[in-house]
Design a protein around this ligand. Sequence first.
Ligand code: SAM
Ligand code: DTB
Ligand code: SF4
Length: 343
Amino acid sequence: MKKKWTADKTRMLFEKPFFELMFQAQQEHRKYFNPNSIQISTLLSIKTGSCPEDCKYCPQSARYKTDVKKESLLEIEKIINAAKKAKSSGSSRFCMGAAWKNPKEQDIPYLEKIIQEIKKLGMETCMTLGSLNDIQAKKLSNAGLDFYNHNLDTSENFYSNVVTTRTYQERLNTLNVVRNSGIKICSGGIIGLGEKKQDRIELLMTLSNLSIPPESVPINMLVKIPGTPMENNKNVDPFDFIRIIAAARIMMPKSYIRLSAGRKNMNDQTQAMCFMAGANSIFYGCKLLTAENPEEQNDLKLLKKLNLHPEYQKYNTSKKFKYNSLVSSLKINKNQYYNADIS
Ligand code: SAM
Ligand code: DTB
Ligand code: SF4
């Protein structure tokens, strides 16, 4: 039986001296991953704005007056072109987000078609569409969807301070539906919502104690968007953030830990320490869903300085992918690239 992360054990981890925590995280990271290899995903908002939910951090909620321009579901050609562009610049996973509470039945055939077309490009697919029922999840799974992103965001106790239009249990139910459908889970949270250390501990406990922990765990730093109720939240101390990445790495050693939203506001040194603490996935491309992400050129420079290379996808046999521009602009030696994945 899988050992549970208890509250005491997790608190002790959080309270370890910083360098001991970092050392332990690095040891765990090296058991399952090549520490110089990084998974690269690209995001696209396929349906933007006017969301009926009231997530207090989100610029896409219809409740808040932000600069986000609402758009209806994008045409398939636009989505495929964006995926092709992402692939040619080195991304191996294409993640699509829709500002919905949940998809409607009539949207499912279109979503299936999108997944099938992107899979034909040899990319992994991820979607985040709100809550799903069993039938919808099974259909998306059969169409080839690899990952479903559905964040718990924070602790169950703090949740109602962040969202009131749904419950934590509903979020957990969707994670369960996704797990049963065979789609891999991408679930994490946001730091900087006004939560306490205890809420961060509880979030990581909940994620790591799921019957199978999420394969991918995005840790977002709040992007403070003007017009949202959280626009004036206090800044997160970068060392507290690095500590959370390290704790996530130790508690979910086999999962990809994604240094997710908020990188635009982090300096290179903070990001480097997040990678040292075990983060091994990023969103690449100058836009997240609606908010800014670092410019591609800046990321390339940083990856180069740190000798980080994109993860070699075993399933991807296309020559074009192997010699993509990200690899060539990082001047990666062919052998180094092929040997990237030690798992
Ligand atoms: N509507 C779907 C849902 O919420 O499940 C999917 C899209 S939603 C924008 C995806 C995730 O983005 C949220 O769960 C949240 O964790 C993250 N997010 C949204 N706004 C953010 C912000 N301002 N800063 C950091 N992360 C944010
Ligand atoms: C996740 O945890 N972070 C991404 C992805 N999953 C979908 C989204 C970040 C959104 C940041 C705000 C925006 O771009 O609108
Ligand atoms: Fe809607 Fe998702 Fe934004 Fe919440 S986070 S308001 S559900 S788009």
